[in-house]
Design a protein around this ligand. Structure first.
Ligand code: C5P
Length: 246
């Protein structure tokens, strides 16, 4: 599998999303897109089907977290959408993650990549201690949650680029690290606190970077996307091979 850039399509309507994607229509490489709760709840499964029809790869970022049986059934529904990557919260336990994988696996054995959120980057160590009563250092918790995800048979985790080394150390080099928190050195930081630029994320071992506003709010989104690809994928010429996806 080759590393790649995933654009976070944090739009509130299908119309806004299509207008944004039309800017890429002349590009040879169709970007990998992340559809999150906002767009999915506003535009529904239809937008996923339409974007797949247009040839985009999709990370459906719904971060499921419920009792194992409910997550299994929800994943069974998502498996019919033909997305390329979906996720759950690792804090839902190994039993929930195993159930998610079972639900996601189609009759022919194929399934999208299944990734776990460790600790959200918006959760501070202080909040973990005071509100969640988790006393361990945040890095240890992240590595432990990643290890649980690996034991449950998942493919990787979402984490900060700064946590990739710990995750790979705990779970091995092939365990996928999907990392948001990306900013160009010369662009706005917005509300991200712990961030790195695409070249640094590559150095730190990220497999996929998730980039939102540095691309979606850029005056020239296509140029910003190409800059991410150039800096993150570097000399690797990206060739999408569906067989590398399960
Ligand atoms: O605009 P920006 O590049 O900050 O977007 C980052 C995307 O990654 C958003 O969709 C955000 O919800 C998501 N994300 C994140 N940090 C996490 C998990 C997801 O920024 N820990």
């Amino acid at each position: 599998m080759k590393r790649d850039v995933i654009i976070a399509c944090d739009f509130s309507s299908a119309k806004e999303c299509y207008e944004f994607l039309d800017k890429f229509s002349a590009e040879e490489k169709k970007p990998f897109l992340k559809i999150g709760m906002e767009l999915f709840y506003s535009a529904g499964p239809e937008i996923v089907k339409e974007l797949k029809r247009r040839g985009f790869r999709i990370f459906l970022d719904l971060k499921l977290h419920d009792i194992p049986n409910t997550v299994k059934k929800a994943m069974k529904v998502l498996s019919t959408l033909d997305v390329d990557m979906v996720n759950v919260h690792a804090s839902g336990t190994k039993e929930m993650m195993k159930a998610a994988k079972e639900g996601l696996t189609r009759e022919d054995g194929s399934r999208p990549l299944l990734i776990a959120v460790t600790q959200l980057t918006s959760t501070s160590e202080q909040a973990m201690k005071e509100q969640l009563l988790i006393d361990n250092p945040i890095d240890d918790t992240i590595a432990h949650y990643a290890h649980n995800a690996m034991e449950a048979g998942l493919d990787g985790v979402v984490c900060s680029p700064l946590e990739v080394a710990k995750v790979k150390q705990a779970c091995g080099p092939d365990f996928i690290a999907v990392t948001p928190g990306i900013r160009f050195a010369d662009s706005a930081v917005d509300d991200q606190v712990r961030f790195t630029d695409p070249a640094k994320a590559r150095e730190l071992g990220s497999d996929f970077i998730v980039v939102g506003r540095p691309i979606t709010a850029a005056s020239n989104p296509v140029e910003a996307y190409n800059r991410c690809v150039k800096d993150f994928c570097a000399d690797e010429e990206f060739v999408y091979n569906p067989s590398t996806f399960i």
